[in-house]
Design a binder for this molecule. Structure first.
Ligand code: TUI
Length: 314
């Protein structure tokens, strides 16, 4: 499959892996890149030296392109923004904020820059700043989210900008990838599906919870704080909901959330930890190698697109 995304990133399949904090390490990113997609190492809020080690590991695993996600809410964002230049990282994605202060530096270093956007206005601003493409992420996604759905956001962004658009949020199989193309995107960013791949190092309990999830098992907490987060329902999300109903102070609310993602990902405490995952978790049923997932999704999308003309009367 050749699209504007495979051309831009020099990859085989039009699929990028989501930059999931605490989850997307060298093991996952290296497997996705070696498999022909674009693997992403998540900066999250990790110290820069931790991310540097992951970058070096991916470079040892594969010569193919890979990326780093700079999470802009992190206090380490600025240090990471410089490190990707120093270590000649080929692709940068950003999330949860405005990458404006870094775009010129990254472009001057020859880095491909693909920010995540959750609105049309933001996509237009970033195109003017000179980014290479935007990732239009719908509210179906796991983790920190915006309001618009993928179905409504992607075509509106595609109409508003001339740079390539990547669809994200609620995509886990060939139907989702084919639909992304129909909405005007040239590829998809996929997170939740890669949680359940062999090379993903999250705790077994986390994977199990994703595999067992049904369509109705994700919930959004934190809307009141301005940082809404989607994750799988558990004791923690129930506690968050109780605090929200009581209109508790922001401090108390944030204290409850601190360190919870690490607790779930690393310790496997999926009752009290934050099990971030998207609405499509209900579709994820088995653990497979990343390369197989990439092949299967793209193959299924190709079959669907080849049979699409049957829908139309000649
Ligand atoms: O960033 C994400 N998803 C994330 S980051 C994350 S780590 C975290 N942990 C706890 C609390 C908060 C974060 C977990 N998941 N996705 C990309 C994304 N970016 N979604 C929405 C946005 C976004 C929102 C507003 C991007 C830009 C934006 O613009 C703000 C502005 O300045 O106008």
């Amino acid at each position: 499959m050749r699209t504007r995304l495979t051309e831009l990133l020099n990859i085989e399949y039009p699929i990028m892996q989501g930059g999931m904090a605490w989850v997307a390490d060298a093991s996952l990113a290296g497997a996705v890149s070696a498999g022909g997609g674009l693997g992403i190492i998540a900066g999250g809020s990790a110290p820069p030296e931790v991310i540097e080690a992951e970058i070096r590991k991916v470079k040892e695993m594969t010569d193919k392109p890979f990326g780093v996600n700079v999470m802009l809410l992190s206090p380490n964002a600025e240090a990471l923004a410089q490190m990707v230049v120093d270590l000649e990282v080929p692709v940068v994605t950003t999330g949860a904020g405005n990458p404006g202060p870094f775009v010129d530096k990254w472009k001057a270093a020859g880095i491909r820059v693909l920010p995540v956007v959750a609105s049309v206005a933001y996509a237009v601003r970033l195109e003017r700043m000179g980014v290479d493409a935007v990732i239009a992420e719908g509210t179906e996604s796991g983790g920190h989210i915006g309001e618009a759905t993928t179905m409504t956001l992607v075509p509106q962004v595609a109409d508003a900008v001339s740079i390539p658009v990547v669809a994200a949020g609620g995509i886990a199989d060939g139907r989702g990838l084919a639909a992304s193309f129909m909405l005007g995107a040239c590829g998809a960013q996929i997170g939740t599906r890669f949680l359940a791949c062999e090379e993903c190092t999250v705790h077994e309990n986390y994977k199990e919870k994703v595999l067992k999830a049904k369509d109705s098992d994700s919930v959004v907490t934190g809307r009141a704080t301005g940082h809404p987060v989607r994750g799988l329902k558990n004791r923690l999300t129930r506690q968050f909901k109780e605090l929200e109903a009581k209109e508790t102070s922001l401090e108390e609310y944030e204290a409850l959330g601190s360190d919870r993602l690490r607790q779930a990902v690393k310790e496997g405490d999926v009752r009290n930890g934050s099990v971030m995952a998207g609405q499509i978790a209900g579709l994820v049923r088995e653990i497979r190698p990343a390369a197989e997932i990439l092949r299967e999704i793209t193959g299924e999308a190709e079959q669907l697109l080849l049979s699409a003309p049957q829908l139309v009367e000649k």
